[in-house]
Design a protein. Structure first.
Length: 300
């Protein structure tokens, strides 16, 4: 039985990914500071990944390593939080890749979570995998994050980097904003005239598994569906929930509450993927309303 080690696998994305992998017959090991919610058939290693990782038998001879580590970004941008965002991504990834120096802990494939924050705020420009990076704080984080992951290639490990859009599913981004909509205080952010890049969680999980099986797949991929103007997305979300959509949160208020995060979450990133189709992958959910109606079952 082939083994997949998921670092940072106890969260929103990792929980569904481990379920799908075990169904496919993989042996799954979760390495995290918190145990996974579903523990049946899954091994768990407790670890703070910002410190050197202790070698043990659970991590030996993996077929694949998936890295989902990283502190949740959606908090007030204090200096402490900015440091946590950076260290839980860059230092953790560095420690994971250092395991690969030893051939007993070296996988055949390393799949690294990344983010469309790489591109920063680029207005209406259409951004594919060849586009330049932005210059925001999160752009800098993602650049350094990906550079640490690419070191795996020096050990002959096939490396796949997935620049994920906002992940829509039960939990994550929607779990933070839907309670506001249900209280009739949800709505557009700032002008709302910025591009919003997203992906349905089911499609993203399918993509991770596809990357395991597609042995020629390597390099950077934008893990996104068709981008949408945020004001339209907000209206669509309200329609799905059956609530009004008349609130606009001024950017000045967002900056007061979240500091620098306000400019990051209203950055316009019109991201598309030109590489996924070349490796036989297609989305089930490419239209944002199709995705939202599918997710309605979780938010009744």
């Amino acid at each position: 039985m082939q083994q997949v080690v998921i670092f940072g696998g106890s969260g929103f994305l990792g929980s569904l990914l481990q379920e799908k992998l075990t169904r496919e017959g993989f042996s799954v090991v979760i390495v995290d500071q918190n145990p996974p919610k579903q523990q049946l058939g899954v091994s768990f290693v407790l670890a703070d990944l910002t410190y050197p990782i202790t070698k043990n038998d659970f991590l030996r001879n993996p077929y694949a390593v998936i890295n989902l580590t990283g502190k949740n970004i959606a908090k007030r941008f204090t200096e402490k939080h900015r440091k946590e965002i950076y260290t839980t991504r860059i230092i953790s990834t560095r420690n994971i890749v250092r395991l690969f120096e030893n051939s007993e802990y070296r996988p055949s494939v390393f799949i690294q979570a990344s983010a469309v924050g790489y591109y920063g705020n680029q207005g209406n420009d259409i951004l594919d995998e060849t586009s330049d990076a932005g210059s925001t704080f999160l752009s800098t984080v993602v650049i350094d994050w990906e550079n640490e992951a690419r070191i795996a290639e020096q050990y002959g490990v096939r490396t796949v980097i997935l620049r994920q859009g906002n992940v829509l599913g039960k939990g994550g981004f929607l779990s933070k904003i839907i309670p506001l909509y249900k209280k009739w205080i949800g709505g557009s952010l700032g002008s709302g005239q910025f591009w919003f890049s997203w992906i349905h969680r089911d499609d993203l999980v399918r993509l991770y598994i596809h990357a395991l099986h597609q042995k020629t797949m390597k390099g950077v991929f934008n893990a996104v569906a068709s981008p949408v103007i945020y004001k339209d997305f907000s209206r669509g979300l309200a329609k799905m929930l059956g609530v009004p959509n008349f609130i606009t949160v001024p950017i000045i208020l967002l900056r007061l509450v979240y500091k620098g995060l306000a400019d990051e979450i209203t950055a316009s990133t019109r991201v598309v993927s030109h590489r996924l189709s070349h490796y036989g992958f297609s989305l089930h959910f490419n239209d944002y309303m199709h995705a939202l109606w599918d997710l309605k079952k979780y938010w009744k």
